[in-house]
Write a protein that binds this ligand. Structure first.
Ligand SMILES: Cc1ncc(COP(=O)(O)O)c(C=O)c1O
Length: 457
């Protein structure tokens, strides 16, 4: 605290009546004591991971759990890719921080082909997952204002704050399909503007937690504003290859000069735990940005594990098998997403039909009055009570930067046997309800709890 302020505070304190003075002094001493005791930075565990642990505890206690909380791909990595990993188990050397040159080349060729814009190996950085990449991108900016749509993925805001950036949430609504509109973006950028700060927007589509995407026209309209204000964008396209209709448009096609695309094996290749992420930098990215990212990588993770990089060489092989694997996953997620969405609508829960990835954002606001009568006034209370009373595990909207009173929660619809579904991909529209049986049970339990609380146990 600055000395002037301390002097002023002392002056104020000395003029207070004795009782108030003592109280204020006590509060000040207590605060100093707490601050002095804070050796460590406060970072809560990521909401998704904590929920997963709670869910496991309930399941271990033998009670039924409907696992809608954790967004892990249900599909196994292709056998060919698993074999490549086995074959590379002996590799124990470090690679360059940026990754194996041949992998960077493969990733560049892959995205050039599937996303339809030129990418060179020099633009690609490989890392152990996109999470450290996203973290390091935030750290690479010295001073930035970070703009996040509300809702957006759980880790962006904590990572931005860890990098000491100010975070601004651009709230969206059910009615606008949780999309950021150009006029809203413009207002936010103008409102907060500080000349000495870079502006960094994070977009994620198909989205976690909303399962929705931006079409080309929507992206073009946003691009006009982004270009006008010179905004940097992290375009988190980790679910792009799981766009249910295969129609993803990368922002890098429309706004190549300042778009940093993040992607990786976690979602489309069913390999979250393998930890392989990739960043595609803008073609003319400043050398300092690239150097900062490589420097940060060298001081944190060194390189992505080499056996995983070797397996990724096989995953990023663009052949018929890869195309069929992607097509099958999309078809399955579309069919199961549609069945799950239909069941929610039948229970009277508002949600938009999913377009990509494996999430739905549920809006419980129409139940607000009934829930309040049951002592539930926030999304956190809603999710806690639901888990305790029905075993249905959802993640509250608050984890994604939404106000608790909005009564929103994310449902991940991945609690099915992905391997069995892949074998059934050709007729999945007819069998989706069977594959999703456990999730449909969970939704019925949720519906009873909402609509007939007296019969819900
Ligand atoms: C939107 C989004 N971005 C990034 C990540 C992190 O992915 P990775 O496993 O590559 O670190 C996730 C994982 O759930 C995600 O949902």
């Amino acid at each position: 605290m600055c000395p002037n302020l301390i002097m002023q505070l002392r002056g104020i304190l000395s003029k207070m009546p004795l009782k108030v003075y003592n109280l204020a002094r006590y509060a000040a001493i207590e605060r100093d004591r707490m601050e002095a005791a804070m050796t460590f930075v406060k970072v809560a565990k990521s909401g998704t991971l904590s929920l997963n642990e709670k869910t496991r505890e309930i399941r271990n206690a033998g009670r039924p759990v409907y696992r809608f909380g954790f967004g892990e791909s249900p599909f196994p990595p292709p056998q060919r890719v698993q074999n490549a990993l086995r074959g590379a188990a002996h590799r124990k050397e470090y690679t360059a921080v940026a990754g194996l040159p041949e992998l960077r080349q493969k990733v560049a060729a892959f995205h050039h082909e599937v996303d339809g814009y030129p990418v060179t190996a020099e633009q690609v950085l490989i890392a152990p997952g996109t999470k450290p990449l996203l973290h390091n991108i935030m750290r690479a900016f010295h001073r930035a204002e970070v703009y996040l749509p509300g809702p957006s993925w759980v880790s962006y805001a904590p990572q931005a704050r860890l990098a000491s950036h100010e975070v601004f949430i651009i709230p969206t609504s059910f009615e606008s399909r949780w999309r950021v509109k150009p006029d809203q973006l413009e207002r936010a950028l103008k409102g907060e503007g500080r000349a000495d700060r870079e502006k960094l927007l994070v977009l994620n589509y198909p989205g976690n937690p909303d399962g929705l995407t931006y079409c080309r026209a929507e992206l073009e309209a946003l691009t006009v504003i982004l270009r006008k204000h010179g905004v940097w964008v992290i375009s988190d396209e980790i679910y792009a290859l799981l766009d249910h209709r295969g129609r993803h448009v990368s922002l890098a096609r429309l706004y190549p000069e300042r778009t940093l695309v993040t992607t990786g094996l976690s979602k489309w290749c069913g390999a979250g735990g393998w930890r392989l992420g990739a960043l595609i930098l803008p073609p003319d990215a400043p050398g300092e940005l690239r150097d900062a990212l490589v420097g940060l990588g060298s001081e944190t993770y060194s390189c992505a594990p080499v056996p995983i990089q070797a397996a990724a060489l096989s995953a990023y092989e663009l052949n018929g098998e890869t195309y069929s694997f992607l097509a099958a996953q999309r078809r399955i997620l579309r069919a199961i997403g549609s069945v799950v969405h239909g069941a929610l609508i039948e229970c009277g829960i508002r949600a938009h039909a999913p377009q990509g990835g494996f999430y739905l954002l549920l809006d419980f606001s129409r139940f607000a009055k009934d829930l309040a009568e049951r002592g539930i006034e926030s999304d956190g209370q809603l999710c806690e009570r639901l888990l305790a009373e029905t075993g249905v595990a959802l993640l509250p909207g608050g984890a994604f930067g939404m106000p608790g009173k909005a009564l929103a929660a994310r449902m991940a619809y991945v609690d099915f046997d992905g391997e069995a579904a892949l074998l059934d991909a050709d007729r999945i529209e007819a069998t989706a309800a069977t594959h999703a049986a456990n999730m449909l049970d969970g939704i019925r339990a949720l519906g009873r709890w909402l609509n007939q609380p007296e019969n819900s146990r």
